[in-house]
Design a protein around this ligand. Structure first.
Ligand code: CUA
Length: 337
């Protein structure tokens, strides 16, 4: 007799299995940042390989389960006679021949896609220089003076070359809906390219373990019409707008006189530090701390006072900004758009 809750093992497993299935299905949802929801040429190639491997796995699974069921049924009953024929041929065909054919086929498709992905367009419309840091992405554009962080804007439908460097350890640049992963390796420049087929915001992520905050090393690709992109790039290339309110003016003074200016650049002011991300357009960015926090007033204040609280180990120490000065500093930073 069984003790305990009285639930069968199958019933106890039902909930976790359903949860996992739901999570897996959520990955296929309309706006999921998944390779299975591609919006670019490179991602489409990866998606094709993914489905090829998936259906081969399904076929192998069904075949193995069928053989297992067949063996179990045949062994039922004490009087079943088992003929011991020569098993060598079966093992050679099903255990070696078939896997060899499958693996060589998949390898062939992989080589085909690798070659296709290596075909970089001769004339990219835009070249972006991306540098990986622990743990954020520095983003510059060829021919532009400014820099931003954790955010790439690209013109929709046009090929964009991405040149990748690292300032410290190994990172990997990955925007699942647009292109496959490319590593950032010390001492060399790796090139990849992407082309967004439709306007939108595409989530990217560092895909190589790079230390404590590897998971908080996200980025966003904003694909927009040519006109919007040109306007954005022109803004990135120019100095910060002059403060318009009294609070913003006081905030600029606080920024220039505090430790902020030693690590961050705001073009058009005396702040020209290079240890942290440039902040000339920080007010327009999608997040704080490379996807760690939403970029709003409350989180910005919390980040300034103690960035270690939400992203332990990052390079920004807690800032002893007087409470009376903090709202002005936030006003100033949010005006940088
Ligand atoms: Cu950078 Cu993981």
């Amino acid at each position: 007799m069984r003790r305990g809750s009285g639930k069968s093992p199958q019933r106890r497993l039902a909930l976790p299995i359903a949860a996992v299935a739901l999570l897996a299905l959520a990955g296929c949802a309309g706006d999921a940042p998944s390779t299975l929801n591609p919006a670019g040429y490179g991602a489409r190639r990866v998606e094709g390989l993914w489905w090829l491997l998936f259906w081969i796995s399904v076929a192998v699974f069904v075949e193995v389960m069928a053989l297992l069921a067949w063996a179990l049924l045949r062994r039922r009953g004490p009087r079943t006679r088992v003929r011991h024929g020569d098993p060598t041929r079966f093992v050679a065909v099903a255990g070696a021949g078939l896997p060899l054919v499958l693996l060589v086929t998949v390898y062939g498709f992989g080589l085909r896609d690798l070659a296709a992905l290596g075909d970089q367009p001769d004339q990219p419309a835009v070249t972006v220089e991306v540098t990986g840091h622990k743990w954020w992405w520095e983003v510059r554009y060829a021919g532009s003076a400014g820099a931003t962080a954790n955010e790439l804007h690209v013109p929709v439908g046009e090929p964009v070359r991405v040149r990748l460097r690292t300032a410290d350890v190994l990172h990997s640049f990955w925007v699942p809906q647009l292109m496959p992963k490319t590593d950032l390796i010390a001492g060399r420049v790796n090139e990849t390219w992407l082309r967004a087929e439709k306007p939108g915001r595409y989530r990217g992520q560092c895909a190589e373990y790079c230390g404590l905050q590897h998971a908080h090393m996200a980025l966003q690709v904003v694909a927009e019409p040519r006109g919007d992109f040109d306007a954005w790039l022109a803004r990135l290339s120019s100095d910060a707008p002059a403060p318009r309110t009294e609070a913003e003016r006081r905030g600029l003074t606080v920024f220039e006189r505090s430790a902020c200016a030693a690590c961050h650049t705001v073009r058009g002011t005396s702040a020209n530090g290079t240890a942290g991300p440039e902040l000339t357009t920080v007010g327009s960015r999608w997040s704080l701390g490379a996807g760690t926090l939403p970029n709003d007033r409350g989180h910005l204040g919390g980040w300034i006072v103690d960035a270690q609280n939400s992203k332990p180990g990052n390079a920004m120490p807690p800032q002893p900004v007087p409470a009376a000065d903090l709202p002005d500093l936030i006003d100033f930073l949010q005006s940088l758009k």
